[in-house]
Design a protein around this ligand. Structure first.
Ligand SMILES: Nc1ncnc2c1ncn2[C@@H]1O[C@H](COP(=O)(O)OP(=O)(O)OP(=O)(O)O)[C@@H](O)[C@H]1O
Length: 888
């Protein structure tokens, strides 16, 4: 291990001509930033101004010209894609300069993966083992429900989700349960903090951490063990953070700890692109950076290299309405450019059809499918677009939606592997114990729980081992695997178990054998010829998983079997590429210097297989929506949130309608409007050459057709930059671009009063439960899956220039509304009061967020009925029935 102090003192400048030449390719402010060596630096980088370029050149400069050791450099990002690109660019620059071996030493990671590694290194300090499981938000919800039951709360999905959100926000703030109590504002906060405490206890007992814990866990360790923070701080002498505007208070606290022994923190960000407030990010971090780092140097990158002048100015038109921004003036040398094309459709289907048609036509003129991206505000909008792209034979990939790792067959197999690594984890245990079915139903599980209680073993797995030992002994007449002597507790437990049916007994023995066998194999060393893919293959065969898929759902069996095969490949590939050093830098300080292995009941030593499994599970838990994105071959569909950091030749921004974009879920929150505007800015600035903006006059929302208004952001764009597509239903007025000057002024003069107007127009936005909108949480597809989807659409694509006639029938300018559509339209027009078959009007309801209210209108029936509810203190809200409890 190197002595870092000596390393630093010996760091001498080593001038190198080639890197100097490379820096000459940067513009003056970029160069200034890349040359910065010591002390805090804030790079205010406008959209498309080359911040990734600056960070990567600065890393190269530090290593090549300032003699900094690669191991002393840390670069943190928010997505694996950004981290991967940064790594590639650093590799390329260093290789070009004959320093290829240096690149691997630099730590480039996402906040979450970086913290996961530090947490494993110091897990014991939080009562965890290094094999702790990372729970995703679904797992988290299951544990929350279990805790709700434990503490005697009624089972309520809405409340469980609300609690998950509240706990997430506590963690984003960097609050432990104790701090949540301290910061409680009222009795509701107190109750949430109390629940948080119980949940956190359950997590630790299960040897698990959720996403929020990864950051919070590390800062908790740093708070309680400042010397550990100091040692990391000394280790990474040069730190860089990309997308700084999206850091939340916990992440900022982490950075403050990491710079305890120096102030070499370089942050790059753009306050105009801060779009993660709902995840706890605070733009205050970038607005007030100099307060925490008074010596900070500030460099602005204002030249945009991505977009044409027209696109950039349209983006500026929108963002300039936000009042508190850091002063910067973005410009581009790419003067002029195509006007922004606006298209108003009669409905969302026509809108989607227009997009497909444009893409098809432009590819006939020479564009590639991969030049296009379609951005929407909510995932739900993708269905129409997908349908029309399919009709038009446009190959596409959807980023977001259900992820590969969220599929039940994948969760099953990984569930077994997770239990093998961490058997105390109840969520995965309950998933696998009866999958495939072993006849272990609720009653049997209840008995198992009773055994756990009697024996005081705490977790299901330990109870299962005990129970299986007893049952096997009973069945075989053998010595039971139970503690000696066989006390009264054991008798009671045995009595409970003996009451189980024969199938349950056998099932328990079988489940236990599978988990024990997996643990044995994972605990066996690679030197014995053992490998992770062998373990996984063994598992699939041992539980006859493929047969189970055939039985479970014959129609989908083939697809699901293919997914399992894909997973087995992914494990194999991961194992082949695995580099033990990638887990942690060799000389990284930490609590457990001997990097403890999974605790196999205290019997085993760490094995390579267990380490690979741990790394694989970590990667799959921290996978991000854009990870599986394929570039170049297909049109990309994604939410605006997902589009952050990307660029495309032609962008379609669809659904530009008030209350969809901006969505304004909480009308009382002006900050939300500002954030929506930043989101629009991000969307517009992704386009290199051409931007289309579309809206629909009516849109189907959860089975109902609603009339819409064009987005206020559209009206912000100077008419000079807009052309209206002649096929458009609306020829001008709704964009305001042909409005007379006084009218136009009136629109502008509304200024922030527009916010108030928005509050009055509430047709579906606010009050609709957030879950319905599925705001981008961006789960990914893995490569193979994207590849398959791409192939399918490519296969389905007609030969070039051969437009599918069925598609052209649907094209908006030729097509009449179909009969069924018309019917629904009539239905909607009949109004809510006409449809209340269940007689719900007047009933009292409770809602997790708005409390008790009275139903004043109903539309539709069943769980998807749309209710208008008057909540005292909140006014009328529109909520889907399944999200409220009818009290009577
Ligand atoms: N000095 C330069 N000369 C030429 N092209 C440049 C220069 N700097 C950046 N670019 C190009 O500009 C584009 C945007 O750069 P980059 O992706 O680094 O921007 P960014 O600041 O990260 O953008 P955003 O914040 O909008 O995601 C890239 O295509 C990049 O190659």
């Amino acid at each position: 291990m190197r002595n870092k102090r000596v390393v630093f003192l010996l760091a001498l400048p080593l001038p190198d001509r080639s890197i100097m030449t490379l820096l000459d390719h940067l513009n003056p402010p970029q160069k200034l930033a890349a040359e910065h060596r010591d002390g805090p630096l804030l790079i205010l980088a406008g959209a498309g101004s080359g911040k990734t370029r600056v960070i990567t050149y600065r890393i190269a400069k530090l290593i090549m010209d300032y003699g900094v050791y690669p191991e002393q450099i840390l670069a943190l990002t928010f997505t694996n894609k950004a981290a991967g690109e940064m790594r590639e660019r650093v590799d390329a620059i260093l290789s070009e300069n004959g320093r290829e071996t240096d690149a691997a030493g630099v730590t480039i990671a996402t906040f979450h993966s970086f913290c996961a590694r530090l947490l494993r290194r110091n897990a014991e300090l939080l009562g965890l083992t290094p094999s702790f499981t990372i729970y995703d938000s679904d797992d988290q919800l299951k544990l929350i429900k279990a805790v709700m039951e434990q503490v005697g709360m009624p089972k309520d999905n809405g409340e469980a989700k609300r609690l998950r959100g509240a706990i997430g926000q506590f963690k984003n703030q960097g609050w432990t349960p104790a701090l949540a109590h301290e910061n409680a504002f009222n009795s509701y906060d107190e109750e949430d903090a109390t629940f948080y405490e119980a949940y956190q206890k359950a997590l630790v007992q299960a040897n698990c951490a959720d996403f929020g814990d990864l950051i919070l866990g590390v800062i908790t360790i740093f708070r309680t063990h400042p010397r550990i923070a100091d040692s990391y701080s000394r280790h990474w002498r040069y730190q860089m953070v990309d997308e700084f505007q999206d850091t939340n208070p916990a992440q900022y606290a982490l950075l403050k700890f990491l710079t305890r022994t120096h102030d070499n923190l370089c942050v790059v960000g753009d306050d105009d692109q801060a779009i993660y407030r709902w995840r706890g990010a605070t733009v205050a971090n970038i607005m007030g950076f100099e307060e925490d780092f008074p010596d900070a140097k500030i460099i602005k990158l204002e030249q945009n290299y991505r977009s044409t002048e027209v696109i950039l100015k349209a983006a500026n038109d929108v963002i300039q309405h936000n009042p508190t921004r850091r002063d910067k003036t973005l410009w581009t040398a790419r003067e002029g450019g195509d006007l922004v094309t606006c298209f108003t459709a009669r409905d969302d289907r026509e809108e989607a059809s227009y997009v497909a048609r444009q893409i098809h036509d432009l590819t006939r003129l020479g564009a590639d499918w991969g030049d296009f991206a379609v951005f929407y505000r909510t995932n739900a909008q993708s269905r129409q677009i997908e349908e029309q792209l399919q009709n038009g034979g446009v190959p596409y990939q959807v980023i977001g939606g259900m992820s590969f790792y969220e599929r039940s067959e994948i969760k099953d197999i990984l569930g077994y592997l997770k239990v093998a690594l961490n058997p105390d984890n109840p969520v995965d245990f309950l998933r696998i114990i009866n999958t495939p079915s072993r006849g272990i139903g609720k009653v049997s599980l209840g008995k198992l729980e009773r055994v756990a209680e009697i024996r005081g073993v705490g977790t299901f797995y330990r109870a299962l081992r005990y129970a299986a030992g007893m049952l096997e002994a009973g069945a075989l007449g053998d010595t039971p695997i139970v503690p000696e002597p066989f006390g009264p507790d054991d008798e009671e437990a045995l009595e409970a178990l003996q009451k189980l049916g024969g199938r349950s007994k056998k099932g328990m023995i079988d489940a236990c054998e599978v988990v024990v066998a997996l643990r044995d194999q994972i605990g066996a060393d690679a030197a014995d010829g053992n490998s992770l893919s062998q373990v996984a293959n063994f598992l699939v065969e041992r539980i006859h998983y493929m047969d189970y898929l055939d039985r479970d759902d014959p129609e989908r069996a083939e697809d699901r079997r293919n997914n399992v095969v894909e997973l087995l490949h992914a494990l194999e590939e991961f194992e082949e590429d695995f580099d033990p050093d990638q887990l942690l830098n060799e000389d990284l300080p930490g609590q457990g210097e001997d990097d403890e292995a999974p605790d196999f009941d205290g019997e085993s030593e760490p094995t390579v297989v267990s380490q690979i499994l741990r790394a694989f599970l970590e990667r799959s838990a921290l996978v991000h929506a854009t990870d599986g994105m394929e570039e170049g071959r297909t049109t990309t569909l994604m939410t605006v949130h997902g589009a952050k950091g990307l660029e495309f030749d032609t962008v379609f921004l669809v659904g530009m309608e008030d209350e969809l974009f901006p969505s304004l879920r909480d009308m009382s929150d002006i900050e939300e409007l500002h954030e929506e505007r930043r989101l629009a800015y991000v969307a517009i600035t992704r386009a290199r050459h051409k931007l289309y903006i579309t809206n629909a006059q009516s849109r189907r929302i959860y089975g109902q057709i609603r009339q819409t208004e064009p987005s206020r952001f559209l009206r912000d764009i100077d008419p000079e930059r807009i052309e209206i597509d002649p096929k458009s239903t609306s020829q001008s007025i709704e964009y305001g671009h042909r409005a007379s000057a006084p009218n136009r002024r009136r629109v502008r003069d509304r200024g922030y009063d527009e916010f108030q107007q928005a509050s009055d127009a509430n047709y579906f936005g606010d009050g609709v439960d957030q879950d319905l909108w599925e705001f981008d949480q961006s789960p990914p597809m893995i490569k193979g899956e994207v590849g398959r989807a791409v192939q399918q659409t490519l296969d389905a694509a007609p030969p070039e220039g051969d437009f599918d006639p069925s598609f052209s029938q649907l094209s908006p300018w030729e097509d009449d509304l179909s009969a069924d559509w018309q019917q629904e339209s009539d239905f909607a027009a009949s109004g809510p009061s006409a449809t209340d078959p269940e007689g719900l009007t007047g009933k009292t309801v409770s809602h997790s967020r708005f409390g008790i209210g009275k139903i004043t209108g109903v539309s539709g029936d069943g769980p998807k009925a749309v209710l208008t509810i008057n909540f005292p203190g909140h006014g009328a809200r529109t909520i889907i029935r399944k999200f409220v409890k009818i009290l009577g």
